[in-house]
Design a protein around this ligand. Sequence first.
Ligand SMILES: [Zn+2]
Length: 282
Amino acid sequence: MQATFHDLYAVRVQNLLFYTLKAFEAYPHLTHAIFTRQGGVSQAPFDSLNFSSTVGDNSQAVEQNIKLACRAIGITAPRTVSCYQVHRADILTIKRTNQQSVMGQADGLVTNEPDIYLLMRFADCTPLIFFDPVSNTIGLAHAGWRGTMQNVAGAAVDALVKLGCCSADILAVIGPSIGPCCYEVGTTVMQTARQSLSQPETLFYHPHEKTRLLEKSEFMKGETAYFNMWEANRRQLEAKGVRQIRQTSLCTACHTAEFFSHRAEQGQTGRFGVIIGLKSVV
Ligand SMILES: [Zn+2]
């Protein structure tokens, strides 16, 4: 039994469960999925649809998982393009001419060519999923706290605009990731936020009264707080002129039956996949 989430449709293919976005449902030429951890072949603690071979899982199991996931959405694994995610803000533009299954280090991928399926991996970091139906351009980015401080969301929008998008046309989705309910952070994150984000105190909740935002003075001397990474990313998208932003508000640490959570599982876990691509028109 899966939970019901606003803005998402649950799709089950045998025992494999993934979500699609209501925001994208009007576009049949767009293929996308937010996979859960259900329906793969990996053993605990990577059970079971783990997409990452760099977390200690058996690489053959990971390969099989990606194959199963691709099959569930009607594509084949060789058509996916991924990268080594390194918590920075570099975005790569994928074309048929530079396409490789693994592109090197990056935290965002964009393309306007069909039959290129962008793939990234998550377990608490924020998936940012983009589609511009006017110019038929897609993007996918990975924003953990480090990426958020470096404005990877803004960098992804810049890359989409370079490909011909008008930011007002872009549909952006802030996907399942650790929420302000669970994301307790310490001085490193708070100090970096002071230098990197505008009005940072309005993104941090009190460590004991978890629904109360910190006062500015509390933020300046605070040592621990709950960080609202969703809102930080939403503001960065808005600052770039993106107006159509959907936030799934789905916390991975609250839903470990469906998603891998680095925090909730003390680092011993897998990564779930997100895939988006444009079908080639025959
Ligand atoms: Zn939570």
